[in-house]
Design a protein around this ligand. Structure first.
Ligand SMILES: Cc1cc2nc3c(=O)[nH]c(=O)nc-3n(C[C@H](O)[C@H](O)[C@H](O)COP(=O)(O)O)c2cc1C
Length: 139
């Protein structure tokens, strides 16, 4: 059974390229092995991540991510059973929100992942993915 989970969190350490790369390298390798797909959006001290895959594996990964000390205030925004993946092409796409903020702020002036509904946040992730340049790390 497939599920999709979306959470938001607050960075504890600055979101430097080195931190991002280390998260993404682990994520893309482990996710590919476990059939997990998703998107990691980050910027302005906030993470927003969608994870999809087998329920047992997504639950286990969420627990590991929850305990990761590089971020805090991990809050589950959305969880649903799915028939089909939305981010099936990505072992973990990465979108930097800060690059897009000036434009998207006009469209989403009040966006705050901690108070937005799951569907709104999923819409925002899709929008970020469509508008941004999702980064794939070199092999
Ligand atoms: C914001 C954020 C997103 C993460 N996303 C993933 C991910 O998609 N897949 C993954 O395997 N690890 C991800 N991690 C890393 C995990 O928290 C954890 O370090 C990793 O799964 C290794 O766990 P282990 O040391 O218990 O084996 C993420 C960490 C952070 C801070």
């Amino acid at each position: 059974m497939l599920i999709r989970v979306i959470y938001t969190s607050t960075a504890v350490v600055p979101q430097t390229t080195a931190v991002t790369e280390s998260i993404l390298r682990t994520a893309q390798a482990a996710n590919a092995q476990n059939g997990i797909t998703g998107v990691l959006c980050q910027g302005q001290g906030v993470y927003l991540q969608a994870l999809e895959g087998e329920r047992r594996l997504v639950t286990g990964l969420y627990q590991r991510i929850f305990a990761d000390r590089r971020h805090t205030s991990v809050e589950l925004i959305h969880c649903e059973s799915i028939a089909k993946r939305r981010y099936g092409n990505w072992s973990m796409a990465h979108v930097a929100m800060s690059d897009l903020d000036p434009a998207t702020k006009i469209e989403w002036p009040e966006f705050d992942p901690y108070s937005a509904s799951g569907l709104l946040v999923m819409g925002r992730i899709d929008q970020l993915l469509a508008a941004g340049t999702a980064i794939k790390l070199p092999d």
